[in-house]
Design a protein around this ligand. Structure first.
Ligand SMILES: Nc1ncnc2c1ncn2[C@@H]1O[C@H](COP(=O)(O)OP(=O)(O)OP(=O)(O)O)[C@@H](O)[C@H]1O
Ligand SMILES: [Mg+2]
Length: 352
């Protein structure tokens, strides 16, 4: 709306201000009359886990189109392009110049010793950490923590953590519905505001031909999110747990739900940070199975894991990170059977 106003003559912009005041009042009334999702959202907010919100924060504007064009990498297949990424915590330089690209459909597995910076790299990718320097370009758009597209970017990235990070005070189905409902309502409000603005404008300006957008009701948004959540639960064989609370589930079940919760936002890439390392051994298989199925479905993935057998089977490429840099980058067969870097050889001798 502000962008539209900037292009208008002064008199029109003044009129737009009046309209916006009216719209704000009307919206406040509409919200008061129809707010039936607030309990779900507020309850989750009270839990306040930063990680859990990584998958739920997503409601801002798209980055300017020209920025996207200017930085589009040469290869259209590249989804994530990381160049000379550095990240320090105080004097501790954790990432010391990471450069790599992830192509659409690739399954990149990251291995490396504890403290080498694997989680920090993933957290930089979905902007839970701000890099000290370097660039990350996602599908042609440079990530800029100061830019409002940060939340839109997070919609594109599903993140799954070692400790599930489900909201314990919400049922399974509410956990899965939370982000789609929240973002659906935010999108709907933008469209509703635009529709109101145009309706008012058309009253005064008979030449205004712009089409008034339609938008779903909150009930429709919730229904769609519910249907999608139930379909996802069916896909992983946990339909009977829809109304259960996370505390009643096994670790393997929680992690499978955390995965479909991330999938509910239809992400372009899934980031997994040691998704099985907190599980009892007998539950590792069921979680890896879900990830494998996703991989077979063509999802782009970046997976930090110590499951070497899984990496061999699923990865298209394995990165060995040590002391904040990529020491080796090769297809699994090559990296595991013919490691070149001395530190990688030492690492593999411990984990294989
Ligand atoms: N928020 C933070 N504040 C300060 N230091 C941090 C923070 N996050 C990570 N670090 C430090 O950065 C280094 C790398 O941590 P990171 O979690 O990325 O390692 P990792 O490779 O994922 O290790 P692990 O295999 O144990 O999970 C560690 O020394 C850690 O203490
Ligand atoms: Mg880690």
């Amino acid at each position: 709306m502000e962008k539209d106003k900037a292009k208008m003559p002064a008199a029109d912009a003044a009129q737009a201000d009046v309209f916006e005041n009216i719209i704000d009042s009307v919206e406040a009334v509409q919200d008061a009359a129809t707010e039936n999702n607030s309990v779900l959202i507020q309850d989750a907010e009270e839990v306040g886990a930063e990680e859990a919100h990584a998958n739920t924060e997503a409601q801002e504007e798209t980055a300017p189109a020209q920025a996207k064009e200017a930085h589009r990498p040469d290869c259209d297949d590249v989804l994530i392009s990381i160049t000379d990424l550095h990240k320090s915590f105080g004097k501790n330089e954790v990432l010391r110049g990471v450069t790599t690209q992830v192509k659409k459909g690739e399954k990149v597995v990251i291995i490396g010793p504890s403290g080498s910076g694997k989680s920090t790299l993933l957290r930089c990718l979905n902007m839970m950490e701000t890099p000290t320097s370097g660039t990350i370009i996602f599908d042609g758009t440079p990530l800029d923590p100061k830019h409002s597209s940060i939340n839109l970017h997070r919609r594109s990235m599903g993140m799954v953590f070692q400790h599930f990070n489900l909201f314990n005070n919400l049922t399974v189905v509410e956990n899965i519905m939370l982000a789609p409902v929240k973002t659906g309502i935010a999108d709907m409000k933008k469209l509703r505001k635009k529709a109101l603005f145009l309706k008012l404008r058309k009253l005064f300006d008979k030449n205004c031909t712009e089409e008034i957008p339609t938008y779903p009701s909150k009930a429709e948004i919730r229904k769609k999110a519910l249907d999608n959540a139930l379909a996802l639960l069916e896909r992983i064989g946990l339909s009977d747990k829809a109304t259960a609370y996370p505390s009643t589930l096994s670790g393997g079940q929680k992690q499978r739900i955390a995965i479909v919760r991330a999938l509910a936002m239809h992400p372009r890439v899934m980031l997994f940070d040691e998704p099985t390392s907190a599980l009892d051994p007998e539950m590792v298989g069921e979680v890896l199975e879900v990830i494998k199925e996703l991989a077979e479905g063509g999802m782009t993935m970046v997976i930090v894991t110590h499951e070497i057998g899984f990496a061999r089977e699923v990865a298209t490429r394995v990165l060995f990170i040590d002391e904040g840099v990529i020491k080796e980058d090769a297809p699994p067969k090559e990296l595991f059977t013919n490691p070149k870097d001395a530190r990688l050889k030492e690492f593999l001798s411990k984990v294989l």
